[in-house]
Design a protein around this ligand. Structure first.
Ligand SMILES: C[S@@+](CC[C@H](N)C(=O)[O-])C[C@H]1O[C@@H](n2cnc3c(N)ncnc32)[C@H](O)[C@@H]1O
Length: 285
């Protein structure tokens, strides 16, 4: 993308040329996502107008995005969007970028939330709101309460719920269970911070740009999970389920915590990559 000048100048790159050039290092999918963002147009527009020359403002905007991506900024923070459970979510650097493996948490929750009956569901630490919104959209009769400590994240979660017209979610600022009073739920889900403080992955990839408070949970990564397992019993209805995501090597310790806290039917499920990803248990009747 070396061309400069007025639109129509033979030196200006066309959309197709700019995509091809950026695609060499970023790959076609990312190059197109950034072009959609720079032009504020959809994918069909890029195909239909591949031969159209970018004007200098568009070219500068695109080059800036390509540079930032090449420097390692997460694609989702540059485009402001990430898909989760086939729904688009707005994301900003105030929230964790929704991960495909977290869809397992949604699946396991949905298996325990009846479609045709009322059900009270709690999501702790909602971030962008992706888990709560996905559950609420799939189970319109459920009443979902989503909590979060970070005010910017809570505001974004509310915005995402409004975007999808998920009217069966309520959002509450809370440090874990603190603001919940004596409320009880049939299902509690959480994707809490679970990375250990010294984990070298924190200095790699997207994690470098994500909020530390969304990732890190003490020396062994289990600090938040311990709080959740210890507190969940007091907020579960008899027979209710607690389900939470964790790191690839934390499942045995999570199951031990659940057993020690008196949960029954303790389980761990693997994600699509075969990694132990979600553990949980049931409160006795
Ligand atoms: C791993 S992110 C999960 C976000 C979202 N649920 C998802 O799956 O993409 C963890 C979230 O926990 C929130 N958090 C951290 N400490 C918390 C606390 N003490 N109480 C409530 N939420 C907390 C963070 O702000 C962050 O949004």
């Amino acid at each position: 993308m070396s061309g400069r000048g007025a639109p129509g100048d033979p030196g200006m790159a066309t959309i197709g040329e700019a995509l091809r050039q950026a695609g060499v290092s970023l790959g076609g999918t990312e190059a197109r996502a950034l072009m959609r963002c720079a032009l504020r147009r959809d994918a069909a527009y890029l195909i239909a107008h591949a031969g159209k020359a970018l004007d200098s403002r568009q070219q500068q905007a695109y080059e800036a995005l390509v540079r930032r991506r090449a420097d390692g900024e997460p694609l989702a923070y540059l485009t402001g969007e990430r898909e989760f459970y086939s729904l688009p979510f707005r994301v900003t650097p105030a929230v964790l970028i929704p991960r495909p493996e977290t869809e397992l948490l949604v699946e396991l929750a949905l298996q325990r939330i009846p479609a045709g009956r009322d059900c009270r569901v709690l999501e702790l630490a909602t971030g962008s709101g992706c888990v709560a919104v996905a559950i609420a959209m799939q189970r319109p009769r459920a009443r979902v309460l989503a909590t979060e400590l970070a005010p910017e994240a809570l505001a974004l979660a509310r915005e995402n719920a409004a975007r999808h017209r998920a009217g069966n979610i309520e959002f509450v600022a809370s440090d874990w269970f603190e603001a919940l009073g004596a409320a009880r739920f049939e299902v509690i889900v959480a994707n809490p911070p679970y990375v250990a403080e010294g984990d070298p992955h924190l200095a790699q990839g997207d994690l470098r740009h994500e909020p530390r408070a969304a990732l890190v949970a003490g020396a062994d990564g289990l600090e938040c999970i311990r709080t959740i397992v210890a507190g969940a019993g007091a907020h579960l209805a008899p027979g209710g389920w607690l389900l939470f995501e964790h790191s690839h090597d934390q499942a045995p310790r999570c199951r031990a915590l659940l057993v020690a806290a008196g949960f029954g039917q303790v389980l761990t499920e693997r994600d699509l990559a075969g990694i132990e990803r979600v553990s949980g248990g049931r409160r006795g009747g």
